[in-house]
Design a protein around this ligand. Sequence first.
Ligand SMILES: C[S@@+](CC[C@H](N)C(=O)[O-])C[C@H]1O[C@@H](n2cnc3c(N)ncnc32)[C@H](O)[C@@H]1O
Length: 267
Amino acid sequence: MEKVKAKKQYGQNFLKDSSILNKIIESMPHNNNHIVEIGPGLGDLTKNLVKYKDVTAYEVDTDLIGILKSKFAINLDKGNLKIIHADVLDAWDEQKTLYNGNYDLIANLPYYIATNIILKAFEDSFCEHIIVMVQKEVALKFTANVNDKEYSSLGIITELLSNDSKILFDVPPEAFDPIPKVVSSILYIKKDLSKNIDKDFNRFLKACFIQPRKKLSKNLSTILDKNQILELFKELEIDENLRPHEVCSSLYSQMYTKVKNGRNKRI
Ligand SMILES: C[S@@+](CC[C@H](N)C(=O)[O-])C[C@H]1O[C@@H](n2cnc3c(N)ncnc32)[C@H](O)[C@@H]1O
């Protein structure tokens, strides 16, 4: 097989362990959804996905596009694989969705933009399941519960917008070539398609967690004045001494609604 030099700037760590590839395929939801893969790389995961589903794959690296097109010539002809040469974040901005129909996102993500990709997938109303390989720390943030030290805007958004979220299994560095410095995890999220998020809610959460170990009331002082904070906490019966990770997602949602509808609209 061709020896391709992995490009660091594109977060290229190719998954080589066939037992892990099989486990990802086994975790694929049993439905009729299309599959979108981000970063097919050398096509090891793609090769398994196209056995079961129609796939659209977005790859940014020009050198890999050539390799993928010759490797998957038959699938491209048959029409069960479409390879799109693009930066996936640009494609999302331009098209608003990565596929015009219900789809599941299955990918070994480039870690430098993994969080952004998952947040975009939450915004994409056609995306139903997110099953992605990410750095373990990132998976812990998306699946954290209130009072966990990892609980942040990512856990809150996941709780508010999904029916189910969990880490399926961890993947050791040796499963990749080149070997990364971190442990990875397969993150599973089943979105609740009846729910969506107001973009400003993200900005509100960023302000709430601007200094994660300080009190929430202190962080909120960057967007609200003292009296507004006191009033908000009194109305929602929030203890003034709580840190941001000690407040549950439904209270964040209620706080945001009150702030948005109140007189002060600095968010
Ligand atoms: C961690 S590698 C995974 C490769 C392959 N799927 C595998 O499992 O071996 C990440 C892949 O994402 C691609 N990639 C990086 N940034 C991207 C972007 N902005 N848009 C699309 N693909 C990107 C890389 O070129 C690489 O192929």
